[in-house]
Write a protein that binds this ligand. Structure first.
Ligand code: ADP
Length: 261
């Protein structure tokens, strides 16, 4: 046998190498666990409507021809649950698209005031509620990918609509170089202990209520992904019973302009 000569430097290098290898493996394991949890949650969410559809079709098979009340009830239930599944699969799709958004990311210099005006006129007739737009300027620029920013704002707007029954307000302001956009509702609010969890996948404050409002618990995790891709910092302030404000903080566009001039 040839004796392997190992000097002090080599051992240190080996030690560093094995440490970084361990770290890498831990990261991979964590990622894998996240994926596993995600698949489990998604399957669970889809299983519930499937189970309901399944039992109503059994009822239809047995009583559908003789009992009109059961026929009616079953058809409604099946149609509701099918809609729910459709919504869930669409949300799952948006989620994976958002996670891949980095690849299709096309940042532009966008006038966020103009974009908010467009969202206001698009959503007011759908929500049948007033959307107030408050800003001091008619032009405030941010650097973002237009499609993903539109999707991101829509998630907060839809939540404001779902969890309140009053008007919704969009504020846009410049703060030094940064731009702050906030979306405020006067709805049910979010309990303080839930605030740091609402961005988690599938997290819902009130599962029973969320099922009625048709929520999936994925909206804000999609928002979180989209914000990361666009370099937007998200924030939330809320008080139970009085309402919620979600904020989007954009880095200053000046830096970007200088770089791209
Ligand atoms: P969901 O599809 O259930 O709305 P989200 O990920 O969009 O899922 O939101 C997660 C949870 O955060 C919601 O179930 C709800 O409990 C809470 N939430 C989000 N936005 C608001 C809001 N504007 N007002 C009150 N609660 C909210």
């Amino acid at each position: 046998y040839t004796m392997l000569e190992v000097n002090e430097n080599d051992t240190k290098e080996l030690k560093d190498l094995s440490e970084s290898f361990n770290e890498m493996m831990l990261d991979l394991k964590k990622n894998d666990e996240h994926q596993q949890a995600f698949i489990m949650n998604a399957s669970h969410e889809l299983k519930t409507p499937i189970t309901v559809i399944d039992s109503y079709s059994q009822m239809l098979k047995r009583f559908g021809k003789t009992r009109e009340d059961i026929l009616d009830e079953s058809i409604h239930a099946i149609s509701d649950e099918a809609k729910r599944m459709k919504y869930l699969t669409e949300q799952l799709l948006s989620f994976s698209k958002a996670a891949q958004a980095r690849e299709n990311f096309r940042p532009e210099r966008l006038n966020i005031v103009h974009m908010a005006e467009e969202i206001k006129s698009r959503l007011e007739p759908v929500y049948k509620r007033n959307i107030h737009l408050r800003t001091l300027d008619s032009e405030i620029f941010v650097n973002a990918d237009p499609d993903s920013l539109d999707q991101l704002l829509k998630i907060f707007m839809d939540n404001a609509y779902k969890y309140s029954s009053e008007d919704i307000t969009i504020d846009i302001e410049k703060k030094d170089e940064a731009v702050m956009v906030s979306i405020t509702d006067e709805g049910i609010g979010i309990p303080e202990e839930d605030l740091d969890k609402i961005f988690d996948r599938f997290y819902r404050v009130d599962k029973a209520r969320a099922r009625k409002t048709g929520g999936s618990g994925l909206g804000l995790s999609i928002a979180d992904e989209l914000a990361k891709v666009n370099g937007i910092t998200l924030g939330v302030k809320s008080r139970v019973g009085s309402g919620t404000t979600f904020t989007l903080e954009f880095d200053g566009v000046k830096e970007w302009k200088d770089e791209n001039r």
